[in-house]
Design a protein around this ligand. Structure first.
Ligand code: ATP
Ligand code: MG
Length: 285
């Protein structure tokens, strides 16, 4: 029986979360030391640990069937692969920054300027689409020091908090694009591999739904049940259990993580007490 080969980053910002996602899908991985490969004992999958830069090429060639990496690398390498789903971690911006004392006049500011970056393809496309000519200096890393050492007039790089830019006397002036981790696949998977991928995606969805939702339990006066049920419709409808005190009942439901605080306030207004909110590990809709 064939196995699905999935490439993840060997060591770096994506490694731990990629492994965690696989484990949360109930897939046990044997090789803790992260050699080149690890196999799962309970799912037809093999994990390859690689540099993230190499993942698009390996997936295009079919050396790996799937890959987990930042979408920024997928755009930059511009290989023929399918982006299957966003994974909700490693969120970052890709921004243009200039020395902080410069006056920024809009995107035309960059006309004729030298810009240092590790992402020349993305940057060139951006300026082509804006019909602006720039000179791109491709460098491997430490892009943020390029203006300080006189290599470039501006930089284009990944920004999460902006503190690295500030430390190097730069300010962010344009957000070119936003990126997060994605799952990619080879474009010609066999039916058998597609079948395994579908099983994996089903699990990934369950994990993602679970982490976006909370399980909520509370006690409420029976007379407030209608209002509270409207606030917490849940997956189908809430579970309602009687309490020994006939005027009260216990209600269990599911609430979206981002609506949580808003709902909590309104529950209290309606007389709810003893509210418990607990994480959901997996959720199958
Ligand atoms: P490798 O050795 O595998 O090539 P790397 O140095 O290219 O690793 P990392 O710095 O580990 O890569 O970053 C991996 C990905 O994490 C980036 O491509 C990007 O998608 C994402 N990321 C999120 N936030 C940041 C950040 N603040 N700085 C850099 N990358 C970030
Ligand atoms: Mg890399």
């Amino acid at each position: 029986m064939s196995k699905l080969k999935i490439a993840i980053q060997k060591s770096g910002r994506l490694s731990e979360k990629s492994i965690r996602l696989i484990q949360e899908c109930g897939i046990q991985i044997s090789n803790g030391e992260r050699k080149l490969k690890a196999e799962s004992s309970n799912f037809p999958i093999e994990i390859l640990f690689l540099r993230d830069d190499d993942i698009p090429q390996y997936v295009e060639q079919g050396v790996a069937d799937l890959g987990i990496l930042g979408e920024n690398e997928v755009w930059e390498k511009d290989k023929k692969v399918t982006v299957i789903t966003k994974l909700g971690f490693a969120n970052c911006k890709m921004s243009l920054a200039i020395p902080k004392d410069e006056t920024y006049t809009g995107i035309r500011y960059f006309s004729g300027k030298r810009i240092a970056t590790s992402y020349p393809t993305i940057l060139q496309k951006y300026f082509n689409s804006n019909k602006i000519e720039v000179e791109i200096e491709e460098i491997g890393g430490s892009v943020e020091i390029a203006t300080g050492i006189g290599l470039a007039d501006a930089v284009f790089d990944i920004v999460s908090t902006g503190s690295t830019l500030l430390m190097n006397g730069l300010k962010e002036v344009e957000v070119v694009t936003k990126s997060e981790a994605v799952l990619i696949s080879n474009t010609g998977l066999s039916d058998e591999k597609q079948e395994i991928l579908n099983r994996l995606l089903f699990r990934i969805n369950a994990v993602q739904n679970g982490s976006g939702n909370k399980y909520i339990l509370l006690n409420c006066p029976v007379k407030a049940l209608d209002q509270i049920t409207r606030l917490l419709p849940g997956m189908k409808s809430p579970t309602i259990l009687p309490l020994a005190d006939k005027d009260w009942c216990s209600l269990h439901s599911v609430v979206k993580e981002d609506e949580f605080w808003d709902v909590i306030d309104r529950l209290k207004e309606n007389g709810a007490e003893g509210i418990l909110v607990v994480p959901i590990e997996k959720m199958v809709l």
